[in-house]
Design a protein around this ligand. Structure first.
Ligand code: XMP
Length: 314
């Protein structure tokens, strides 16, 4: 069936499924955005979109995403919950514990919004690999998905999943027809920069990682636009709690370490590190240490494939 027909059918199904106020958590990711646009076409103002700012977004991301969502005609509310996330993550350094706390707090914030709005329906951007890989029925669990949007089963809402039978390439095709600009964005994990800041999650350390990620993104995009390298499938910086001695002018600095990661992959299940030319890496390194004088004095490049590494560091 062609993509326009899939869209028409999905909108028709949503129109008959939803007859009261509905809510959707939107992060700007392709799946939730496509689900929101379809539901909005079906029920218009009955759909309320909620964007939760956890404090772990990339530079400018909250502004860009919420502008994009309102340009798509969605009724979007931004909830700044960063104080709450930082408070509950104080002293939490284990990666799985971080994901657990973030998931729990996300649910609390979302439940509060649901009560305020009085929603009866929950629209979710679940796609086929999400439930196939997470197990259920007689399937084995391949990998449990830790999406910030993952909500508990006992939530008092009727769950509607318009993309449940579709795969990523089909959702991308829908996004193009629906003119959703995020359709070619690189993947970004639900817990955001929280899993790229190893060790303590302080506002300062997250800000350091945010700036380094921005420098990596900006420089690789510019290098690709100049034809100097291919654009990797995913590319970012992570902050390591490893201090080393460095020097700025005449001053000794005891700063932390940024690792730059760039990989080629088809689906994230396996990956090859990207052979970024050394002059581009050197430029990124200089820009990071200049911008983050005092907090970062060493930049390293990760040349590990997946497996045995993973793409993220946590
Ligand atoms: P790993 O690090 O497991 O990542 O090789 C594979 C892909 O999944 C993304 N990722 C996540 N996405 N919630 C998400 O929504 C998560 O907790 C999470 N952890 C990793 C990662 O960025 C990569 O694209």
């Amino acid at each position: 069936m062609d993509t326009q027909m899939l869209i028409n059918e999905a909108v028709e199904a949503l129109t008959s499924q939803i007859d009261d106020t509905a809510i959707i958590a939107c992060s700007g990711g392709i799946d939730s955005t496509v689900a929101a646009v379809l539901a909005n076409r079906a029920v218009g103002a009955m759909l309320h979109c909620v964007y939760v700012d956890t404090g772990f977004m990339r530079k400018g991301e909250t502004e860009e995403v919420t502008e994009m969502l309102s340009d798509l005609g969605l009724n979007i509310k931004v909830v700044d919950a960063s104080d709450r996330f930082f408070k509950h993550l104080d002293g939490v350094t284990d990666p799985e514990d971080k994901r657990k706390v973030i998931g729990e707090q996300f649910i609390r914030v979302f439940e509060e919004e649901q009560t305020i709005i009085g929603a009866k329906y929950l629209v979710q951007g679940t796609i086929a690999p999400d439930w196939i890989e997470s197990g259920g029925g007689n399937r084995d669990t391949i990998k449990s998905h830790h999406n910030v949007g993952g909500l508990p089963e006992d939530i008092d809402l009727v769950v509607v999943e318009p993309l449940r039978e579709f795969y990523k390439d089909e959702v991308r095709a829908m996004a193009r027809i629906l003119e959703i600009p995020s359709s070619e964005r690189q993947p970004f994990p639900g817990p955001g920069l929280a899993v790229r800041v190893l060790g303590d999650l302080t506002r300062d350390r997250v800000a350091t990682c945010r700036e380094a990620c921005h420098i990596v993104e900006e420089n690789l995009l510019a290098a690709a636009a100049d034809g100097k390298c291919d654009i990797p499938w995913q590319y970012f910086a992570a902050l390591l709690p490893v201090r080393s001695v460095g020097v700025h002018g005449d001053t000794r600095v005891h700063g932390e370490t940024i690792v730059v990661r760039a990989v080629h992959s088809l689906d994230g299940m396996s990956a090859h590190y990207s052979p970024i030319p050394h002059d581009i890496l050197a430029d990124i390194s200089t820009k990071i240490t200049n911008a983050l004088k005092g907090s970062v004095n060493r930049v390293v490049y990760d040349i590990t494939h997946k497996p045995p590494g993973t793409i993220e560091w946590e």
